[in-house]
Ligand binder design. Structure first.
Ligand code: PLP
Length: 433
């Protein structure tokens, strides 16, 4: 036996971990890429070329009298139809969409908005920019708002519950809708991380009073940047239009509203341009294909590991509605989770701690209550001064984030990539769990 090195011996054993000198499941690391751009093709080229040829980059009018720009307007129509809402407004980012949502929902100084403790900065900054107070509530093992802990944060000042569908997985909309109705609160859905996913057959974004999506490069469909605000409520839609376009309502939107009814008020410029619109028209037409590809890939992974002893998945209120962009696995503690991640990486099948969001109450600028101006209303009110942030305000969220690992799924993964993911998890998980 002496002519074999220890490494060769271990490599010959099928179950020897790569970290112990065995053969890795894959020779090269598996990669995930941005979903939308992965599907770019002739359709995007053709529509972009139309914008260039007609010299009409601005959504409301072009250079040629006989050409009416239509890319952003077409995107709005097709996005609303896909999300099954009456109205959709295109804006230039998800962050702008959230700020527009606050204006549309009538959120302002003195109001409180309940947001998940684990989500993207913009969810909190939109509330602060409206002068209102962000109140962070714990997420559970679904990585979405824990409905059983939401009610404890409701005060007479609460106006909105922000249900953010994080990392592809729908929040428990039945429970959150019931809480909102019981307390007469507005429900805002942030679908940015789950565009195209659904809950009990309904598209995410079709259940709340108003919804938003980011179309930035990490999202399901993308033009690099972009966002949407959508709703069935004409009055809220009119407020969204006015806020995003310096207080006005242009003819195209007045028509879709059957005439504007409200008054102008101070707004901003969050308009989308026609180049972005051209790419997004092409992308919304590919959304179902992207969603079914990533769902199929993640289903093969779930099916391939479901029989592993004591395997713990992320809690999913509607597995069929999950976008499938991540498979989350739970471990009894952080040490085992971290070991799983490092062993998976050695197998060239990357795993990581939950990503794509931040624990808002532990951000330094939040704990220091630092708004754009020292006299900003958010943290100068008695409630703002008393608001609880810091790690001690979200122990359940921190526990969940510390003990789960995620494996990212890419819509381009075929049988061979998902077979490798299954093989790596089957090899590593039993050694760690
Ligand atoms: C949940 C959520 N909301 C809002 C946003 C903001 O979107 P954008 O980056 O397009 O401004 C993001 C961005 O990642 C997000 O994840």
């Amino acid at each position: 036996m002496s002519w074999f090195t220890r490494r060769q011996l271990l490599a010959a054993m099928p179950m020897a971990l790569a970290a112990d000198g065995g053969s890795p499941v894959r020779k090269t690391p598996l990669r995930t890429r941005h979903f939308g751009p992965l599907f770019y093709g002739d359709e995007e080229w053709t529509l972009l070329a139309e914008v260039l040829k007609t010299r009409s980059p601005f959504r409301y009018w072009g250079l040629e009298r006989d050409h009416a720009p239509d890319k952003v307007a077409t995107f709005e129509k097709e996005f609303a139809a896909r999300m099954r809402t009456k109205h959709a407004l295109a804006v230039n980012s998800g962050t702008s969409a959230l700020q527009t949502a606050m204006a549309a929902l009538g959120v302002g100084p003195g109001d409180e908005v309940i947001i998940p403790a684990w989500t993207w900065h913009s969810c909190l900054t939109a509330v602060v920019m409206a002068g209102a107070l962000p109140v962070c509530a714990e997420v559970d093992d679904s990585f979405n708002l824990d409905p059983s802990l939401v009610e404890r944060h409701i005060t007479p000042r609460t106006r909105v519950i922000m249900a953010v569908h994080l990392q592809g997985c729908p929040a428990d909309m039945d429970a959150l809708t019931a809480i909102a109705r019981k307390h007469k609160l507005l429900l805002l859905e942030d679908c940015s991380q789950a565009v195209g996913a659904s809950y009990k057959g309904k598209p995410l974004g079709s259940m709340g009073d108003l919804s938003i999506a980011s179309l930035q490069v990490n999202k399901t469909i993308s033009a690099g940047e972009g966002g949407a605000v959508y709703t069935n409520d004409a009055a809220m839609f009119e407020r969204a239009i006015r806020f995003h376009d310096i207080g006005g309502v242009r003819p195209i939107h007045a028509e879709s509203l059957g005439g504007a009814k409200g008054q102008p008020f101070v707004g901003v410029n969050f308009r989308m341009n026609e180049f972005t619109g051209a790419v997004l028209v092409s992308q919304i037409r590919k959304l179902d294909k992207i969603v079914s590809s990533v769902r199929n890939a993640s289903r093969r992974v779930y099916d391939g590991i479901a029989d592993l002893k004591a395997i713990e998945f992320r809690k999913r209120p509607d597995p069929a509605g999950d976008l499938g962009s991540y498979v989350f696995l739970g471990f009894p503690d952080k040490d085992r989770r971290d070991r799983f991640i490092s062993l998976m990486n050695a197998e060239n099948v990357p795993a990581s701690p939950p990503s794509g969001s931040v624990v808002l109450p532990t951000q330094e600028y939040v704990m220091s209550r630092r708004a754009p101006h020292p006299k900003w209303p958010t943290w100068n009110s008695p409630e703002g001064k008393a608001a609880k942030y810091g790690p001690e305000s979200c122990p359940q969220t921190l526990r969940a984030l510390g003990r789960f690992a995620s494996v990212a799924i890419d819509p381009s993964y075929g049988e061979s990539e998902t077979r490798d993911i299954v093989a790596a998890i089957r090899k590593v998980y039993p050694k760690v769990a």
